[in-house]
Design a protein around this ligand. Structure first.
Ligand SMILES: [Zn+2]
Length: 573
């Protein structure tokens, strides 16, 4: 049997000692409590139990043992957390556990599949007739051959089985599917082929993680088609978490760290064009809006962010939201003015000097929003003045530094020609906007996971399983599923760490918030049920669009029927 160092480490590192290095804790009964390091809050909801050696935050739902704490704070996987804590405990790590080996091995397979796919797409781009048009397209977009090679750009031909057949020589089709590269058709619908390629007729941009491994792809359509999206991304897989990966960070991280700044652009092409022009600090989120997790990873490399977003997106709600997130993550944010260019890619084509000027001359985000707002409204009319202050006051309110704040209050007062005191009055009345107060923690659990946890935790504490009857094991995830089955059969494994954590979490929350367990369970069960139906609907919607892509009319009809059934069901809540 392999040695497990986990218990030894736990014994040597009291949880209280570890967490107190990061969080100020106060004694609260038998537990300790403090402000959660994983989401922003003013009243403490972060609890530590020295006797159970676990922690839990009932604000964001995170919790676990010492390893989980390090995973979250250091933003690492279990293996690395193990190393960090082994170091601290002075425990020598021998062989990894069997379980670790298996998980790691499986991940290696998915990395390997994505790597092989990337190589295949590159080969098609450079060596085939079908690829030459794509290559021409990339050159026309201003990329030189070295850049195209460096970024491993490739081409997925307009066929449904090339990649599948290629990869199937070395891998299980099931694994290729999980890796996100082929899609399974529904069985029993009389379709000849079981699988088909996810990407066809697309210029392929491999997405690399921080270590340079290919974890997924963005595919851009080479020939516009009416019913197909211009961009398709790999789905989330065991190795690809969309809200974690940052396009270009692998290539740019050293420079970003050295210069203590990153330039955030919107598209993959913007990143590549900027790097080719010598601005290797450019990164982008790919396939998602900017997420807190990405900001937190970026925070490990720099404190300064320059937004260089497409001109049509500047001032949009999405940009404001991204800005808000970046400010919450305590970045110094500046905004580059692209001077009428559509996006960074276009500006760079007009002249690298222009792009350089935009980056170096990037202004404070507030000046940027002042310009935007004054262009939008008439500062001479009463309505205009009101609209302008309504837009800008919340942003000024967010400034922490009092001198800077006073500066912008005066600027606003002068610009709309009202007394400064009027602006101060508005600012004083503002409270932290809802979106910020409820901002998700950096490493949040999904709402569904939180509801699962609470449903099970409260059930454990109440000792009454009536609220579980409307759910089935499939509704729960991983270890929650086991606990659900155990509770239902009246034989839960009450010594398992997840069981203890759920129970502890529910208990502290009941005490802190003085909730009525039954009422609470009622609410939670209803919301969870609704979420599950919504997930099923989403899944069906995906299947419908896949079936549409595959031109399978009967499947589309049947799936649509199921969809209608569910949408009727959800109306009952
Ligand atoms: Zn929290």
């Amino acid at each position: 049997m392999l040695d497990s160092p986990i218990q030894e480490i736990k014994d040597k590192i009291p949880i209280l000692d570890l967490i107190q290095d990061f969080v100020q804790l106060k004694k609260a009964g038998t537990n300790y409590k403090g402000l959660c390091p994983f989401h922003s809050e003013k009243t403490p909801s972060f609890m530590v139990s020295p006797s159970k050696q676990i922690w839990h935050c009932f604000g964001c739902g995170l919790g676990g043992d010492v390893f989980e704490f390090i995973k979250q704070t250091e933003n690492v996987e279990f293996g690395d957390a193990l190393k960090i804590l082994a170091d601290r405990a002075g425990v020598e790590l021998k062989k990894p556990t069997l379980e670790q080996i298996q998980t790691d091995k499986k991940k290696d397979v998915f990395y390997e599949i994505n790597d092989q796919a990337a190589k295949y797409f590159v080969k098609v781009l450079w060596e085939s007739n079908t690829g030459s048009e794509a290559l021409e397209y990339l050159r026309k977009r201003g990329l030189n051959d070295q850049t195209i090679k460096n970024w491993q750009l490739g081409f997925a031909p307009d066929d449904y089985h090339y990649l599948e057949n290629y990869l199937a020589k070395g891998f299980d089709k099931k694994d290729i599917e999980v890796a996100g590269l082929i899609i399974k058709r529904d069985e029993g619908r009389g379709v000849r082929d079981e699988y088909f390629d996810r990407f066809h007729d697309r210029v392929m941009f491999p997405i690399q993680n921080l270590h340079g491994q290919v974890v997924g792809f963005t595919g851009r359509l080479l020939h516009d088609k009416a019913d197909t999206g211009k961009y398709v991304n790999s789905p989330e897989t065991p190795i690809y978490n969309k809200s974690r990966e940052i396009y270009g960070l692998y290539q740019g991280k050293q420079v970003i760290k050295k210069e203590n700044r990153a330039i955030l652009v919107e598209g993959n092409m913007d990143v590549i064009a900027a790097h080719q022009a010598g601005f290797t600090q450019a990164v982008a989120t790919s396939g998602t809006a900017l997420a807190e997790q990405q900001l937190n990873i970026l925070k490990r490399f720099c404190e300064n962010l320059i937004f260089a977003f497409d001109s049509d997106a500047a001032g949009s709600t999405a940009t404001k939201r991204a800005l808000e997130l970046a400010l919450n993550a305590s970045f110094n944010v500046k905004i580059a003015n692209l001077g009428g260019a559509k996006d960074p890619d276009e500006l760079i084509k007009r002249g690298i000097g222009l792009w350089q000027k935009a980056v170096e001359g990037a202004g404070s985000f507030l000046d940027f929003f002042f310009d935007q707002t004054f262009r939008q409204f008439d500062a001479k009319t009463v309505e205009g003045k009101r609209a302008i202050s309504k837009e800008l006051a919340p942003l000024i309110f967010r400034i922490a530094d009092p001198v800077t704040k006073a500066h912008y209050i005066r600027k606003l007062a002068v610009s709309i020609n009202v007394a400064e005191t009027a602006i101060w009055d508005i600012i004083r009345k503002l409270t932290v906007p809802k979106t910020i107060r409820e901002a998700k923690p950096l490493f949040h659990k999904s709402r569904k996971e939180m509801l699962e946890d609470r449903l099970l935790g409260l059930t454990i504490n109440l000792g009454d399983k009536q609220f579980l009857s409307q759910f089935s094991p499939a509704d729960f995830r991983d270890d929650n599923r086991e606990i659900f089955i155990g509770l239902n059969e009246g034989e839960p494994n009450s010594t398992s760490s997840k069981f203890q954590l759920l129970s502890f979490a529910a208990q502290t929350q009941m005490q802190e918030q003085q909730l009525d367990a039954k009422q609470e369970l009622n609410k939670i069960a209803a919301e969870l049920k609704k979420l599950i139906i919504k997930e099923q609907m989403q899944e069906l919607a995906n299947k419908i669009s896949e079936a549409e892509q595959a031109k399978n009319k009967t499947a589309v009809q049947e799936l649509s029927k199921e969809y209608v059934l569910l949408s009727n069901q959800i109306k009952n809540f």
